[in-house]
Design a protein around this ligand. Structure first.
Ligand SMILES: [Zn+2]
Length: 160
């Protein structure tokens, strides 16, 4: 099957051969394209398929949104019940305990003594006995702490 072509260069009409008789333009490629008219129709079908997919995605999203919107409703009904909300409000407050202070350390400086260290961290009323509670290794040598020795900082509330 051969089609009569029009030359794209000089518009010579009804070319039956592979080249334009007027300007020698090779029209074989044009003929090949002309003989592929079924091609445009499949290209239209994918477009419809894409449209279909988009519509399906849109429907899916709509269903998902509707599903999400419909889910909170039973939740609000549950929240409306006053007793569980009250217990949940009380529970977190009761669960969180006051964190005990992190055990910090202090390196003994030249001229330090346990009373001075206790007062440094716990105020003027503090006594050296506070230091023994957190540093039992000092028992019996309260007056002979070494410079550079690392002691635990006393827990002031317990000592006072
Ligand atoms: Zn031509």
């Amino acid at each position: 099957m051969t089609l009569n072509l029009n030359c794209p260069v000089c518009s010579y009409q009804d070319i039956t051969g592979d080249t334009c008789p007027n300007c020698d333009t090779d029209v074989r490629v044009i003929r090949m394209l002309q003989e592929l008219p079924p091609a445009p129709t499949p290209s239209a079908k994918p477009f419809n398929i894409v449209l279909l997919i988009l519509i399906l995605i849109g429907l899916g999203l709509a269903v998902a949104i509707f599903w999400r919107l419909s889910l909170p409703q039973p939740n609000t009904v549950v929240v409306a019940d006053p007793t569980p909300t009250q217990t949940t409000k009380i529970a977190p407050v009761a669960v969180i305990p006051p964190k005990p202070p992190e055990p910090k350390t202090y390196k003994v400086q030249r001229g330090d003594n346990l009373s001075a260290i206790a007062q440094k961290f716990c105020g003027q009323q503090a006594t050296w006995q506070i230091m023994l509670k957190d540093n039992p290794q000092l028992q019996g040598r309260e007056n002979y702490i070494d410079v550079g020795e690392v002691l635990k900082i006393p827990h002031c509330q317990e000592g006072m």
